[in-house]
Design a protein around this ligand. Structure first.
Ligand code: ZN
Ligand code: ZN
Length: 155
């Protein structure tokens, strides 16, 4: 897939979308894209709220929530639901076609690329007469020992 990767093209894509949908394109909303690119990882709305206000952005939770929804609808953000928790987001252009392994012991999310999964996806689509666009796979697993697991931190 060819998605724009730099912030300026993402902002242009978002501006076009807002105009088409007749939403107001406030500076606040565009600033959210810069902050998300800085974070460069999965985040939920609260984490982004704390991060942005920690950087002195003075943005409301309501604006964060509505902007994340709009960015998801226009395809700039991917929204994940990892085992029933709050929705997590990441830039769609950040790491194309990656999948997630979720540790059910400590909640750690490992990102990985496995080309064989792309091959399987394409094969299934061909067999059923579809054209593949993207996929999302979550593997649920447990680490060997949560007490010594390096990922078992509260953050
Ligand atoms: Zn990811
Ligand atoms: Zn673990």
């Amino acid at each position: 897939m060819s998605l724009p990767t730099d912030n300026e093209s993402l902002k242009q894509q978002f501006a076009d979308f807002l105009k088409r949908k007749k939403y107001r394109g406030t500076q606040e909303r565009f600033n959210v894209i810069d902050r998300i690119a800085e974070l460069d990882r999965h985040f939920n709305a609260d984490e982004l709220y704390l991060y942005m206000n920690g950087r002195g952005d003075r943005i409301s939770r309501a604006t964060i929530y509505s902007t994340l929804d709009l960015l998801t609808t226009c395809g700039i953000l991917m929204k994940h639901r990892f085992q029933g928790g709050s929705a997590h987001f990441e830039l769609a252009s950040r790491m194309p076609d990656h999948d997630h392994l979720i540790c059910m012991e400590c909640g750690h999310i490992e990102e990985f690329r496995e080309e064989k999964i792309d091959v399987l996806r394409d094969g299934v689509c061909t067999r059923l007469g579809f054209r593949p666009m993207a996929h999302s796979l979550q593997i649920f697993a447990t680490c060997h020992d949560p007490l010594v697991c390096p990922h078992n931190r509260q953050d």
